[in-house]
Design a binder for this molecule. Structure first.
Ligand code: TXA
Ligand code: MG
Length: 351
């Protein structure tokens, strides 16, 4: 298959190109598009054959459900069943935006889209290209992140090309994703909102609207532990994995730098290619290896936005070992460390 590549200006969207992309979706094809979190791989979410193509293109296990992307609140009436008061409160507060809500599903939603579950994940994205595409198509767009299963989520169209060229009909390039981490997923199908995947919208943000909320207990455990049963099926897979072995160093900043320098030196001597995930603040303190900055600790948003890109960059450089600082601080720490720990297969060195 030849993949058509189209560039769009977010500030002045060419409507003809959106219509062309929407037409592909209506005919059951696959279009990758930018969102404010990461790039998505879209198909008609009510067309089982079309969403089946998503699983094939990504190499995704069929029990891992898809998020339906919508452009109007009216979609909730069609896609959900039962009492949605709790979810609607959160939707009104944060949509369009980087929040996915899990509701009881209506009969309209096929089980192939929900991986056999009786719930459905729904998100209204804020990115103007995503929003316009969904609106023009007039469909509910099933869209996982547009990476091959197991690779870091794509934050640029170039990342999508790396994984999907020749496998899908079209890629819309709208520049770098703003946030760079996938949406926060909150299950609102019971009485208390449960966070299944941390993201830009935090536990505190959710509590601010609903008065109470919790993390899914499965989220806080290592996948190897026996009672690890995350409620978001996707959270159980080894995800975001770079090709090299990533180790995270935790501790006081100077001690971390010293330990990473020692580990890097050792592996370099053994003839391996070594990558180091530094910050603007520590960049000059590292001595040898492929040293890259993920962003600045003065603005944790830059670290979130840089994470998947730096993992892909080290793949490009064929790093055998990657050493990273940790980023527990502030607001986005939960979301950043959730992704980084998975990428590292929970390899941590405390110093
Ligand atoms: O930011 C995002 O959410 C991006 C953009 C493209 O919107 N999409 C995304 O989709 O990250 P994906 O498929 O890569 O991740 C969706 C996650 C998976 O972990 C999946 O298991 C979970 O959502 N999920 C989907 N439906 C669910 C459901 N009914 N119950 C529990 N978890 C669900
Ligand atoms: Mg994904």
């Amino acid at each position: 298959m030849k993949t058509k590549f189209i560039q769009l200006d977010c500030n002045n969207i060419d409507n003809k190109k959106i219509i062309e992309a929407a037409e592909i979706l209506k005919q059951g094809g696959l279009v990758a598009f930018p969102t404010e979190t990461v790039y998505g791989l879209g198909a008609d979410g009510l067309n089982e054959e079309a969403s089946g193509k998503i699983y094939a293109a990504k190499g995704r296990p069929s029990d891992n459900p898809l998020i339906l992307h919508i452009s109007s609140m009216k979609a909730l009436d069609a896609l959900t069943a039962g009492d949605c008061t709790l979810g609607r409160k959160l939707a009104e507060a944060f949509w369009p935006g980087p929040l996915t809500l899990i509701f009881k599903k209506s009969n309209l939603v096929p089980l192939t889209t929900t991986g056999g579950l009786d719930t459905v994940a729904i998100r209204m994205p804020a990115h103007p290209i995503a929003f316009e595409l969904i609106r023009q198509a007039g469909l509910y767009i099933a869209a996982p992140s547009a990476n091959a299963s197991g690779r870091p989520s794509p934050t640029t169209a170039k990342h999508v090309i790396e994984d999907m060229d020749g496998r899908i009909d079209m890629i819309l390039d709208g520049g770098s994703a703003d946030i760079g981490l996938e949406s926060t997923i909150v299950d609102v199908s019971a009485d208390i909102p449960i966070i299944l995947r941390p993201g830009y919208i935090t536990l505190e943000d959710i509590i601010g609207i609903t008065g109470e909320a919790e993390y899914d207990k499965g989220l806080l455990q290592k996948p190897e532990s026996e009672d690890f049963k995350p409620k978001a099926p996707g959270m159980k897979y080894k995800h975001y994995a770079p090709r090299g072995q990533l180790t995270i160093y935790e501790g006081e900043s100077k001690a971390v730098v010293r330990a990473i320098n020692q580990a890097a030196e050792k592996k370099l001597k053994e003839g391996y290619r070594v990558g180091i995930i530094a910050t603007d603040e520590t960049l000059l303190s590292y001595e040898k290896g492929l040293i890259k900055t993920i962003g600045t600790r003065k603005d944790e948003k830059t670290i979130a936005a840089g994470l998947f890109k730096i993992l892909r960059d080290f793949d490009g450089e064929q790093a055998d070992y990657i050493y990273s600082e940790s980023f527990y601080d502030n607001h986005l720490g939960q979301a950043i460390m959730n992704r980084l720990l998975k990428a590292a297969g929970y390899h941590i060195e405390k110093v």
